[in-house]
Design a protein around this ligand. Structure first.
Ligand code: FRU
Length: 485
């Protein structure tokens, strides 16, 4: 197939499906979505010539996985996004079954994008290549082809290059599977972004104190946050363990110390980045202000077939951008400050006392809102906030467990839950879009990210504390719609 044919087909599909997509009441108001088809991982996050660039894994032709393109959005402020032309299409021999996930860096005023070329034959045999594409304007890309082949000892599950500069060198961290089917994060180095040397694994399923920690590690990202080295990674194949690892695949981080002389990483335990139903494949970037900003994929492959948006020919979205902070031995995630631009019509209630019965507060309702709740003077044993008919967050102060419940995608009531341990609940900051909920607990100590599909008319919010009194302050804002459809 000649160059541009696939791009033309994708644009045509966007045009012919614009109306059916736009009619979906669950179309989000301020989250990055595909114009049609399936979106998965955020890719190539970069601040280039004064603008934020977000690329994403995109299958324009189905609401299912397939030969991925790189879709592209550009922003001045991380809130208002403009759709840019398709950045990469799977149209070369080395990426014909997908331009898989990767990253972007800037050198000499040019944008260098590294991604995985995925190739599959009729029998399902796989090949993968780490490929380079370069752009001068940040919008049009010229493919340069593979720069790295899979090294000896690894399977073709070798993907998701994340490139960064440190000291006087370029580094690339790649998600890998060894021939004995263990997940690893491996490192390459380069002085010019063209020639790459394989340096070996820095962490993996059987490295350091880990044992049997996943058959494949996807989407690694190594970064420094306030002096701490953090390896973010998505191990596949962890079994559920108490309240942990409840989703099909996990994403989390190891904090530690990276020695760039010996190229070794000393690290602690794996900690999940998000406790909700729909969070995977996060990637970070550093912006012009030195902030470390993370986007995740707000999706989960288990539910692809049953999401109500499929009727409208699209599925999945990205999370809101979160700023990372390392504080008191913990990675905190904060919604970026710019999200306050979405706020409208502030409503405040201070020193509200809850004492047994369900409470609704004047002006505190809606289906798209930011809600901030600060809990004070804890005497109650249980506290909960019910939003609409299918989402509820509740805290058990005796068991010290926070629970998020949501309805099944095709019904009412609360049938699924995700939980985590929270020693004391101080605050909840919630971002509710038409069909998503992101809950930041205790100033970003924990986050619960989930899609929720409620009756669009269900706007009630009720607060309840039982077995003792609880005092709280509440602030609520409506939020502007920034995506036209
Ligand atoms: C993670 C992932 C990546 C891969 C991409 C393909 O969700 O499986 O490892 O590059 O999606 O779309």
């Amino acid at each position: 197939m000649t160059k541009f044919v696939k791009q033309e087909m994708a644009y045509e599909r966007v045009e012919t499906h614009r109306e059916v997509v736009a009619r979906d009441p669950y179309r989000l108001h301020y989250h990055i979505m595909p114009p049609v088809g399936l979106l998965n991982d955020p890719n190539g996050l970069v601040f280039f010539k004064g603008k934020y660039h977000v690329f994403y894994q995109w299958n324009p032709f189905e609401t299912d996985h397939g030969a991925k393109f790189w879709g592209h959005y550009v922003s001045d402020d991380l809130v208002h996004w403009e759709e840019a032309p398709i950045a990469l299409a799977p149209d070369m021999w080395y990426d014909k079954n997908g331009c898989y996930s990767g990253s972007a860096v800037v050198l000499d005023e040019k944008l260098y994008v590294f991604y995985t070329g995925n190739v599959k034959d009729e029998e399902g045999n796989r090949e993968s290549y780490q490929c380079l594409a370069i752009s001068e304007d940040g919008v049009h890309f010229e493919k340069k082809g593979p720069v790295i082949h899979v090294p000896a000892g690894y399977t073709a599950h070798f993907r998701d290059p994340k490139v960064f500069y440190h000291g006087e060198k370029w580094y690339m961290i790649v998600g890998a599977q060894t021939e004995s089917e263990q997940g690893e994060a491996v490192l390459f180095t380069s002085s010019d972004l063209m020639d790459w040397q394989f340096e070996g694994p820095i962490a993996g399923s059987y490295h350091h104190h880990l044992e049997d920690f996943g058959y494949m590690w996807e989407c690694p990202d190594l970064l420094e946050v306030n002096g701490k080295d953090v390896l973010i990674v998505c191990p596949q194949g962890l079994e559920a363990d108490g309240l942990r690892y409840q989703n099909i695949y996990q994403s989390g981080y190891f904090a530690g110390k990276m020695d760039y002389e010996t190229l070794s990483l000393e690290h602690g335990e794996f900690d999940e980045l998000d406790r909700g139903f729909d969070f995977y494949a996060p990637q970070t970037m550093e912006d012009g202000k030195g902030r470390k900003i993370l986007f995740g994929w707000m999706g989960n492959s288990e539910e692809d077939g049953v999401q109500p948006t499929v009727k409208h020919e699209w599925i999945h979205a990205l999370t809101i951008p979160r700023e990372l902070e390392w504080k008191n031995g913990k990675l905190l995630q904060h919604p970026v400050k710019e999200l306050e631009l979405l706020r409208e019509d502030e409503v405040r209630h201070t020193n509200v006392v809850l004492d047994g019965s369900e409470v609704e507060l004047p002006g505190v309702d809606g289906s798209v809102f930011e809600l901030e709740v600060v809990t004070k003077d804890w005497r109650a044993k249980r506290f909960s906030i019910t939003m609409g008919e299918t989402s509820r967050i509740s805290y058990d102060a005796v068991a010290k467990v926070l629970t998020f419940e949501r309805g099944a995608f095709d019904g009412k009531g609360f049938v699924e839950k995700r939980q985590c341990v929270v020693e004391t609940l101080h605050s909840l900051r919630m971002f509710k879009d038409t069909s998503s909920m992101e809950i930041f607990v205790n100033n970003g100590e924990e986050v619960f990210t989930s899609r929720v599909f409620d009756d669009p008319e269900a706007k009630g919010i009720t607060f309840t504390a039982t077995e003792g009194k609880l005092e709280m302050d509440v602030k609520k804002w409506s939020q502007k719609r920034v995506f036209a459809y």
